[in-house]
Design a protein around this ligand. Sequence first.
Ligand code: ATP
Ligand code: MG
Length: 335
Amino acid sequence: MTKKITVIRGDGIGPEIMDATLHVLEALGAGLSYEEVDAGLVALEKHGELLPQATLDSIRRNGVALKSPLTTPVGEGFSSINVALRRHFDLYANVRPAKSFPNTRSRFPSGVDLITVRENTEGAYIGEGQAISEDGEVATLTQKITRKGSERIVRYAFDLARATGRKKVTAVHKANILKTTSGLFLKVAREVATQYPEIEFNEMIVDNTCMQLVMRPEQFDIIVTTNLFGDIISDLCAGLVGGLGLAPGANIGKDAAIFEAVHGSAPDIAGKGIANPCALLLGAAQMLDHIGQPQNAERLRKAIIATLEARDSLTPDLGGTGTTMGFAKAIASRV
Ligand code: ATP
Ligand code: MG
């Protein structure tokens, strides 16, 4: 039986890396079928809106989307499409793996294999209570943490550990200073942890976490944290393993999940056929895990690693002279 996936080809390098990714998925024989819909600049030109209803309907129907980067036009009246998608489907978990890969420009070519699970709907990013005094001298912002929001994100992290055979969950917080908000998150995390006795649980203050990540990243397995800390830490982790070209992410909710590359639409190299497809490919691997095809996800990751090891057809960002599709074919030949 084939599983239908919503595919959004996106803007800039989006269509190029999506073609490459679908080519590799084909070689994998994952038994997927695709429903292509528009979002972003392409949608604005074709349908007069950035996020057409048909696109939302498709994601809701299929429950799973693979999405290339989207450009949000700068200017009045356009808010981020990615944020709009997260809100619409209540995609509360932002899941960002960071893994060392060979032959990348990374400070940690081995030893890092961690996942950041970031709460995606509350904390400092609710946009409420933002005010600046009339004289422009005082600014305020409200943070909101709820038991429900904390519980579902921590539970997600532990369930992910169980499903993927990971051993440890670290709750990252600042409860010593942000006693109410971060305090509530930590309290709930401790409670949830007792329900997963087979998985090691520890807690770490966010500033120390940053230092530990840079000094001994191999000590981390799954990190779970609130919105703002997760935003910063997940980029830090992407940097540890060599940056944007290899960083995938997933936004997961109860009814829908969207898998993507962390990088943007890279207009500076769009249309040249030299974009690195690995981030979206690794997003596709997360998607395969999510839809119950962990063996195919693993085959895909192994093929990427083998291709990097062989330095076969690497794109310019990895120091090679290959093309997007050439790289994809090299990976496809190894799945
Ligand atoms: P957007 O406005 O969509 O966020 P951006 O240019 O601000 O686009 P990114 O697209 O994330 O931000 O790109 C930042 C830099 O990294 C650019 O120089 C881009 O060329 C490079 N880059 C991003 N993704 C890739 C990729 N997959 N392969 C090669 N280079 C990339
Ligand atoms: Mg950008």
